[in-house]
Design a protein around this ligand. Structure first.
Ligand SMILES: Nc1ncnc2c1ncn2[C@@H]1O[C@H](COP(=O)(O)OP(=O)(O)O)[C@@H](O)[C@H]1O
Ligand SMILES: [Mg+2]
Length: 416
């Protein structure tokens, strides 16, 4: 029986990419010829996949290596984060504004086309640096799962109607630059089918959770936006964005201190929650809606906080994130026996301690469950790419509201 400590320690950043539960000798696994496109792959075949994720926090590119059959066989490899420079972050802030003008997915108004090329080149550079530093042979990779950088996510069920999700990143260019087959645009088919196009990670959360006895289990990812996956006793999934994660806190800290986050939650710990502002933030119609539902990074602004002192604003926004995660319980059929927290928000001690005080059962960082809380989303993109190649579903009625289990993703091969 697997038991979890009630409190786990989140390793410091520099430990990333160090020892991992990785069995395969670097570059020594079964080799598959490159240039394989959509030909049939045996369901039991284990593929070596690299996942690339850049979340709404705009902090960088996470890269993770995985060997998997796309089902229950998952061998986690090393992972690394390649932070964006301050200059790239500034461009991304411009990109978020330009993206508001997009009416059709393929449009790239303003500087978006240029930024998209640059981001794809950065992704290719991250792949090269990762392979070099981890001593992994490029030719040993079967596929790269490429998320790209989300700049717009509009729910089909939201106020504006008409779902639209846009990730900057050109799969075919990445395939050219890396020489590795790329699976990309994994959200589109779900949206076409009538789903939210998010979240996509739950099916990977369930694969990870297979090693743990607790049910129901909640896996909370606190990125720019926060999302939860509820895994029931029989493995059924309910997933949705709970509300903001770090993005509002980051924006607030950047505006007032020029530091891009509330490091370790120190400002929030010093500040006092403004109950009136918190109530107004919580009055947003999103929180009363039943799942499936997903949220754009820009759904909330900082206007309501005007006039608050820096620390009080941080405390209030932190309470907003925590309260909306805790209230997710009301949308679950049964209380989670355990909450596992991944994403950068688990490093924010103010978030973690407030959440632990707000829900009934244990709240632990991903590491306490044996996972890498910085890498789960990148690992998920590797996992989803393999599922995509095998034609397996990646979204479900309980996760995105797709009417039926749905696969997705496009395949790009160098020289196509
Ligand atoms: N030590 C820390 N203290 C507080 N917040 C942190 C810390 N480290 C990371 N974060 C937060 O985590 C965010 C990155 O989380 P991440 O999971 O990468 O989000 P995303 O998936 O949206 O990119 C940062 O923007 C920051 O807000
Ligand atoms: Mg990130």
């Amino acid at each position: 029986m697997h038991t979890l400590p009630s409190e786990g320690k989140v390793p410091e950043r520099p430990a990333r990419g160090a020892a991992r539960p990785w069995g395969g000798a670097a570059g020594g696994a079964v080799r598959h010829g490159q240039g394989r496109g959509a030909e049939r792959i045996a369901m039991t075949e284990r593929l070596r996949a690299l996942g690339l994720m850049s979340g709404t926090s705009l902090d960088g590119i996470d890269v993770a290596l995985l060997e998997t059959d796309g089902d229950g066989d998952v061998l986690r490899g090393p992972a690394m984060t390649f932070p964006y420079s301050a200059e790239v972050r500034r461009k991304l802030v411009t990109a978020l504004a330009d993206a508001r003008l997009i009416r059709r997915r393929e449009e790239r108004p303003g500087r978006l086309a240029e930024i998209e090329d640059e981001l794809t080149e950065l992704a290719a550079a991250a792949v090269s640096a990762f392979l070099r530093r981890q001593g992994v042979a490029r030719a040993s990779l079967d596929v790269i799962g490429y998320h790209g950088q989300t700049v717009l996510h509009r729910s089909a069920r939201g106020a504006t109607g008409g779902g639209l999700t846009v990730q900057l990143g050109r799969g075919p260019l990445l395939a050219e630059l890396t020489g590795v087959r790329v699976v990309y645009d994994l959200r589109a088919a779900d949206m076409v089918a009538g789903g939210e196009g998010a979240p996509l990670v739950p099916v990977y959360h369930r694969a990870l959770a297979a090693a743990l006895p607790q049910r129901p289990l909640a896996v909370v990812n606190i990125g720019g936006v926060a999302n939860v996956t509820w895994i029931g006793r029989d493995g059924n999934l309910i997933a949705f964005d709970t509300g903001p994660g770090n993005a509002l806190i980051d924006d607030w800290m950047m505006r007032h201190t020029k530091v891009p986050c509330d490091t370790d939650g120190a400002a929030a710990a010093r500040g006092r929650v403004d109950g009136g502002v918190l109530r107004m933030l919580l009055a947003h119609s999103y929180f009363g809606r039943p799942p499936p539902k997903s949220l754009d990074r820009g759904a909330f602004t900082l206007e309501l906080l005007d006039g608050l002192a820096v620390d009080d604003g941080a405390a209030t926004l932190t309470a907003f994130t925590v309260e909306t995660i805790a209230r997710a319980r009301e949308l679950m059929p049964e209380q989670p026996a355990l909450w596992i927290v991944c994403g950068g928000g688990r490093r924010n001690r103010a978030i973690m301690s407030a959440l632990a005080g707000r829900v009934e059962n244990a709240v632990v960082p991903a590491e306490a469950a044996g996972f890498d809380g910085d890498a789960i989303e990148a690992e998920a993109w590797a996992y989803l790419a393999v599922r995509s190649l095998k034609g397996l579903p990646i979204t479900f009625p309980g996760t995105t509201g797709a009417p039926a289990p749905t696969t997705g993703g496009l395949v790009a091969v160098a020289g196509m």
